[in-house]
Design a protein around this ligand. Structure first.
Ligand code: ADP
Ligand code: MG
Length: 339
């Protein structure tokens, strides 16, 4: 019998990986901004056109890349962030899988311009569907600019699956909120079709929340703080009277990475029990700092899920800390309602 197994060519493997990493323009926004954060940028600009369908561009002032690294960054499993398996348990960066740029370049037209501080000129690379179509020198300030056009040009089914501009823009704004909240020490700008949506100066967390969600948010915020052996917790909850009928603003960050976790969400809701009406939802911005070896974030390529060694302890600490804050800041039930 003849052998029938063969290794897939890189561009095919990249396109398959892209299916998981890049669901919509917002995924590109997330990956590019996280790379800009990891590069030590103090200022990051997001420029999109037509809700990212025509263009997603991220410009940063981070450390930039050498010519060789710029070429290599588009290879799959090429990363500067980890070297060995044990590094997975000591992560200090957003990225580590080394597959975002390879995936994006497999399904879009990408142009990268990048320059390191000690170089006089930078390098420009153009890639279309995993194929390098141009390389040149470029004169730019220190940092990296990556623009992504014609997303899903070679996957018509994905392109057709994209929702209206309003919906896609909503997803992009959600991603932007998440990373902007995690990094109040970075200046963020965000433009859609030439008009400015956000211009967030360097600030602290409270100010960042207010800059994003509006001036009235300030009076709603109650600080939460708790230090224990397993977790350092800080952030803000919104006073019960501002609980919303819609889902509201609900943010968990673990080691400064936005995550979704319905179990921890339940812990916060439990702390609010009796203080808010049924069918309403509390808003919160909570940051959990844990020993990186006590969590696993390598569960899904998008890294929005985390597995904790001791989820039950986390639940109990969270619930009691939120309860304590609600009590300490004299948040009595102001709503007259039947339980
Ligand atoms: P990962 O972030 O998981 O390492 P990526 O495919 O997102 O994988 O990026 C590959 C590599 O390219 C990164 O490890 C980093 O060294 C480099 N890189 C990507 N974006 C930037 C950027 N904006 N500034 C500097 N280096 C970058
Ligand atoms: Mg990355």
């Amino acid at each position: 019998m003849a052998d029938i197994i063969q290794l897939l060519p890189d561009h095919v493997a990249n396109q398959i990986a892209a299916g998981e990493v890049v669901q919509r323009p917002a995924s590109v926004v997330k990956e590019l901004i996280e790379n800009a954060v990891d590069a030590g940028s103090t200022s990051i600009k997001l420029i999109i056109k037509d809700a990212g369908k025509t263009l997603v561009q991220v410009v940063d002032n981070g450390k930039g890349m050498s010519e060789t690294d710029a070429r290599l960054s588009f290879e799959r499993h090429a990363t500067s962030k980890i070297k060995a398996a044990e590094d997975l348990f000591q992560l200090h960066t957003k990225g580590f899988r080394g597959e975002a740029l390879a995936s994006i370049a497999a399904i879009a037209h990408v142009e990268m311009n990048t320059r390191q501080a000690d170089e006089e000129v930078g390098v420009q690379i153009k890639i279309e569907g995993s194929t390098v179509v141009g390389q040149d020198v470029t004169v730019i300030p220190q940092g990296t600019s990556i623009s992504v056009k014609n997303l899903f040009f070679n996957i018509p089914a994905r392109r057709n699956f994209l929702k209206s501009d309003t919906v896609e823009l909503r997803h992009i704004i959600d991603e932007f909120h998440r990373v902007a909240l995690a990094h109040p020490d970075i200046h963020f700008e965000f433009y859609n079709n030439g008009s400015e949506l956000f211009n967030l100066p360097v600030s602290n967390l409270r100010q960042r929340i207010v800059h994003i969600f509006g001036g009235k948010t300030n009076e709603k915020l109650v600080p939460v703080e708790e230090e224990t052996e397993v977790v350092n917790l800080k952030g803000f909850i919104c006073k019960p009277e501002f609980a919303k009928k819609t889902r509201g603003e609900q943010f968990f960050f673990v080691n400064n990475r936005f995550i979704k976790n319905s179990y921890l969400h339940h812990a916060v809701c439990a702390a609010f029990e009796g203080l808010i009406k049924e069918q309403t939802h509390p808003s919160y911005f909570l940051f959990l700092e844990v020993d990186p070896s006590g969590i696993d974030i390598n569960i899904h390529p998008t890294k929005t899920e985390v597995k904790f060694d001791d989820e039950h302890a986390m639940y109990a600490i969270l619930r009691s800390a939120v309860k304590h804050s609600l009590g300490q800041f004299n948040v009595a039930p102001v709503l007259d309602f039947e339980r």
